[in-house]
Ligand binder design. Structure first.
Ligand code: AMP
Length: 189
């Protein structure tokens, strides 16, 4: 199986590149942000539990996020592989993912980290909000999300670097150029 983690701050282009990668490699896309938003829209118990946390730009607690992710993996027993988008966002989530993959005799193949400057991120998300209308894309919530990224999520990088699984990709430029950089790495696995 090809199991990829697409990593990067909010607005780095993870969603856009995931779409292209799942098509090329026939992977199952697991975006924890998308799953949470679907729960909120459907007003499930989980949705009600996390809606305020997400609206405020905070991270959902690890225990809730990990349980949801494991459930999503279990829903796809015939997958050729997974692309994890927006997960793991903490070292505890990365450790839980490794443990879970091991329990199903699988492993993370590689981690692709999109590198984008903070100025570029803020410009992109301001544009995205005009289209998405996502409450958590508003300027004050966005500041919180970027803060969460630099406080908690960034530590996931050395975790995977120590395993020799980390590749950094310049996330600024044409969508297709970035996609080619990603596929060159994936094809070398
Ligand atoms: P995203 O669409 O990936 O930017 O996620 C939107 C929001 O969902 C985040 O700001 C968090 O509140 C929550 N979220 C998504 N993925 C995770 C995760 N792996 N851990 C904790 N919270 C998450």
């Amino acid at each position: 199986m090809l199991n990829l983690v697409l990593f990067g701050p909010p607005g780095a282009g993870k969603g856009t590149q995931s779409e292209k990668l799942i098509e090329k490699y026939q992977l199952v896309h697991i975006s924890t942000g998308d799953i949470f938003r679907a729960h909120i829209k459907d007003q499930t118990a989980l949705g009600q539990q996390v809606s305020q946390i997400i609206a405020d730009g905070n991270l959902v607690p690890d225990s809730i996020t990990i349980a949801m992710l494991e459930e999503e993996i279990n829903k796809n027993p015939h997958a050729k592989g997974f692309i994890f988008d927006g997960f793991p966002r903490t070292v505890a989530q990365a450790e839980a993912l490794d443990k879970f993959m091991e329990s199903i005799n699988e492993r993370i193949t590689g981690v692709l980290a999109l590198d984008v400057t903070e100025v570029e991120l803020k410009q992109r998300i301001a544009k995205r909000q005009e289209v998405s209308g996502r409450a958590d894309d508003a300027a004050d919530k966005l500041t919180k999300r970027i803060e969460e990224y630099f406080n908690k999520t960034i530590h996931v990088l050395p975790y995977y670097e120590a395993q020799g699984k980390l590749s950094k990709i310049n996330g600024i430029g044409e969508i297709d150029t970035i996609f080619q950089s990603l596929t060159a790495i994936i094809d070398s696995y």
